[in-house]
Design a protein around this ligand. Structure first.
Ligand code: F6R
Length: 243
């Protein structure tokens, strides 16, 4: 595991964007596994700038997102499909037909989960998976539990995750309580993984993930088993690592 210490959030964003840019340059038709949330916003902004400077070409890139709320249409402003268009897809030359997320409106959750895993297989897997880290150690929406769940599945979100994500919803606005997520096998099958973590509030989760036992109680700890993980974290997030 390669751990890169960034000075602050903007340094983290620049370094992580450079990492993704290198992937796209080396393999222009790569499959990027993408994440939403606050942490990647600066990374996507930096990638857009690189594209505008003619340094990056997304025309052959395929993008597969980690997760999506159940019950939200892709046009819903809180859906992850909307987020991805707003923060990246609309601003670069990626083909929208090559951008994939679980369908939040799918009638049959089981069928949707199987479809998503098959789709990733048809794309020959993910070259680089970008991950954020939840305060409770979640990756994607793989919440702490008794066992790692391998395949794409529907999750009932934990209270702490609903609370953490409430900042994206207006007061009184109905917030989804379940979501589709890639499972642990899906994440670990990516050829390379880039975990980005910012802020002191994540320091404990990061310490447990990287230095604690590998346990489904801290889903991110499973990354210790992957042969090619790079962690880019700012100094605040690394503050409990004793580096
Ligand atoms: C989002 C996702 C989540 C987030 C995590 C951290 O697609 O999969 O696991 O990466 O909740 O979110 P932020 O970056 O908002 O702290």
């Amino acid at each position: 595991m390669n751990i890169i210490s960034a000075k602050n959030y903007s340094d983290l964003s620049r370094r992580a964007a450079g990492f993704i840019a290198a992937q796209v340059t080396l393999k222009p038709d790569c499959v990027l596994g993408l994440a939403t949330g606050s942490t990647p916003i600066g990374i996507y902004r930096d990638l857009i700038e690189r594209y505008r400077r003619d340094e990056l070409d997304f025309s052959r890139v395929r993008a597969v997102n980690l997760d999506e709320y159940r019950g939200l249409a892709p046009t819903h402003p809180r859906s992850y499909a909307f987020y991805m268009r707003e923060h990246l897809f609309e601003h670069v030359n990626i083909d929208e037909d090559d951008c994939f997320l679980p369908d939040g409106l799918a009638e049959d959750a089981e069928v949707e989960c199987a479809r998503y895993d098959e789709l990733i297989e048809e794309l020959s897997g993910i070259d680089l998976q970008l991950l954020g880290l939840g305060h409770n150690g979640h990756i994607g929406f793989n919440e702490p539990g008794d066992a790692f769940i391998p395949d794409t599945h529907l999750v009932t979100l934990s209270e702490s995750t609903i609370e953490a994500n409430s900042r994206f919803f207006d007061e009184g606005e109905a917030q989804p309580t379940s979501a589709y997520t890639l499972g642990i096998r899906g994440i670990l099958s990516a050829r390379r993984i880039l975990l980005v973590v910012s802020g002191a509030s994540k320091a404990e989760a990061l310490q447990s993930a990287l230095c604690g036992p590998v346990t489904p109680r801290c889903p991110a700890s499973v990354l210790q088993l992957h042969p090619d993980v790079t962690v880019i974290a700012d100094e605040d997030a690394l503050s409990k690592m004793g580096l």
